[in-house]
Design a protein around this ligand. Structure first.
Ligand code: GLN
Length: 499
């Protein structure tokens, strides 16, 4: 028996080793049959790059890069990353190139090298179908505008005087914000907005006819990367042999316009700009980050307050003698504790207005309210369990004694049980407060400019992720250390023996 087991174990080990060797061999053979480039992309930008129903990548950009690889003799391995992470990834060397409908701009050309242009595009304003007031960029002054973080559209929106710009992680979310009626306009790449309208995925939205800019998309690589030559060679081949035109017709139904060989004349040959020292980068960012920290704190304090009220009620309901009440409380806790907070935030902010709109009720969410709602609903579930645990930890003798003194159930809870239970709840409540403080970073997805989002916005401009995110982490650390100090003091203050 023992012998049998051992041989079984040995077999598994051999099988595992066999698999490993196989993987290594295929990798090596890959390397010998040609070069493989890791190409980063953000596949939520149809028709340029998006996921097919089967989960594979498709789109104009994907077809173009595959054709370039074929023409120039390299394999392509795609890597999905957010758009605002592409340039940092190229700088860090985690990707060799990227294809993501990225506009060649002078600012970007200082930190990455671009291939020759492969697509002519431009920015356009999208507004609600019945909006007659917005005709040009000037009409957007002082208005709420949504855009995707780190894009040329966001940069354009930021230049409009007094405009309230909300940035989202993807163009799709920015457009959703418009169709939910929370903003007046979206500034985005025209072909993408037009495609969303044409495919019927975006309703009640129209594009203001005039294009704001003329832009050219390029394939970025790390500065002066040796792969650039390879990519340009492949691109030139497919532009000349008709493959490019064929792909263009497949996606846009017309013949491609002529493309220049370069998007603009670079002022000097691309060299790494004299980079600011890390400390300078951080001190420049600090005022903005601290302003974000204030918002983070406000968000946490208000959410904890509501979470505490709701959580206490639910925690007490959990102990109720009425069965349906107990069940309802249990179901609430299971739902909010058992689903990701991020999903809850999306449901509240994008889901509720969309459903109400579908039912014919006009409703738009204030982002602070939406963030507080999602965070407090979620934290109430955890707080309810803390409250229940605290109350249950008080010995039965206490309430018996209170009742024998003539106190009724509510008085017993209020004067005898709760004050003692609350002291026991303090350490886990402190935990919950600190978790919530960190979880507020998730509301960045609804374009809320708290601490983390401010960091992201700075990185989208200066491409210095390490320094900025280190500074962001440091500010969070200071906030959590201060909160834990506060809770320690509160515990001591509430302790009748130590006070
Ligand atoms: N073309 C725009 C830019 O480069 C948007 C690209 C994108 O969102 N994928 O900023």
């Amino acid at each position: 028996m023992v012998k049998y087991r051992r041989s079984n174990w040995l077999n598994r080990l051999l099988l595992g080793l066999g698999c490993l060797v196989l993987i290594l061999i295929t990798q090596v053979s890959d390397a010998t049959t040609g070069k493989t480039l890791i190409v980063a992309t953000e596949p939520v930008f149809p028709p340029f790059e998006f996921q097919s129903l089967g989960g594979g990548l498709q789109g104009f950009d994907i077809d173009v890069v595959n054709a370039i690889g074929q023409a120039a003799g390299f394999q392509v391995k795609y890597q999905s990353i957010p758009f605002d992470g592409i340039i940092p990834a190229l700088k860090a060397g985690t990707a060799d190139a990227a294809v993501s409908a990225m506009t060649i701009t002078p600012e970007r050309a200082k930190v990455v090298s671009f291939s020759r242009p492969y697509f002519k595009a431009g920015l356009a304003i999208a507004v609600a179908k019945d909006n007659e007031t917005v005709k040009t960029l000037d009409d957007l002054q002082g208005k709420a505008i949504a855009a995707q973080i780190g894009t040329t559209g966001a940069a354009m929106a930021q230049k409009i005087p007094d405009a309230k710009v909300r940035t989202f992680d993807s163009a799709v979310l920015a457009l959703q914000e418009l169709s939910n009626g929370n903003v007046e306009a979206v500034i985005n790449d025209a072909p993408v907005t037009q495609y969303a309208i044409k495919t019927g995925n975006l309703q009640d939205v129209r594009v203001v006819s005039q294009l704001l800019t003329e832009e050219y998309y390029g394939i970025p690589t790390a500065l002066n990367s040796p792969n650039l030559e390879l990519i340009n060679r492949g691109l030139t081949t497919i532009l000349e042999n008709g493959t490019y035109a064929q792909i263009y017709r497949k996606w846009f139904g017309t013949d491609p316009p002529p493309l220049p060989t370069s998007a603009f004349t670079p002022s000097a040959s691309a060299t790494e700009p004299a980079s600011l020292e890390a400390l300078k980068v951080i001190t420049n960012a600090l005022p903005t980050l601290l302003a974000g920290a204030v918002i983070t704190l406000q968000l946490t304090a208000v959410s904890v307050l509501f979470g505490l009220i709701l959580g206490s009620l639910i925690g007490i309901a959990r102990l109720s003698k009425t069965l349906p009440l107990r069940w309802a409380a249990r179901a609430y806790i299971d739902f909010f504790r058992g689903t990701p907070l991020l999903v809850q935030i999306f449901m509240v902010y994008f889901g509720i207005p969309a459903v109400l709109k579908g039912a014919g009720i006009a409703f738009s969410f204030d982002r602070f309210a939406a963030a507080v709602l999602a965070l407090s609903l979620n934290s109430a579930a955890y707080i309810a369990e803390i409250v229940r645990g605290g109350i249950q930890s008080i010995e039965a003798g206490q309430s018996e004694a209170a009742q024998s003194l003539g106190l009724d159930a509510v008085q017993t809870m209020r004067y005898v049980i709760f004050p003692q239970a609350f002291r026991r709840m303090l350490p886990p409540l402190g935990n919950e407060f600190i978790s919530l403080l960190k979880d507020t970073s998730l509301v960045a997805v609804i374009g809320f400019e708290e601490l983390f989002r401010r960091g992201q916005l700075i990185v989208a401009e200066n491409y210095r992720p390490f320094e900025i995110y280190a500074a962001v982490a440091f500010v969070y650390l200071v906030l959590t250390l201060l909160s834990s100090q506060f809770f320690t003091r509160l515990e001591r203050w509430m302790d009748p023996v130590k006070r």
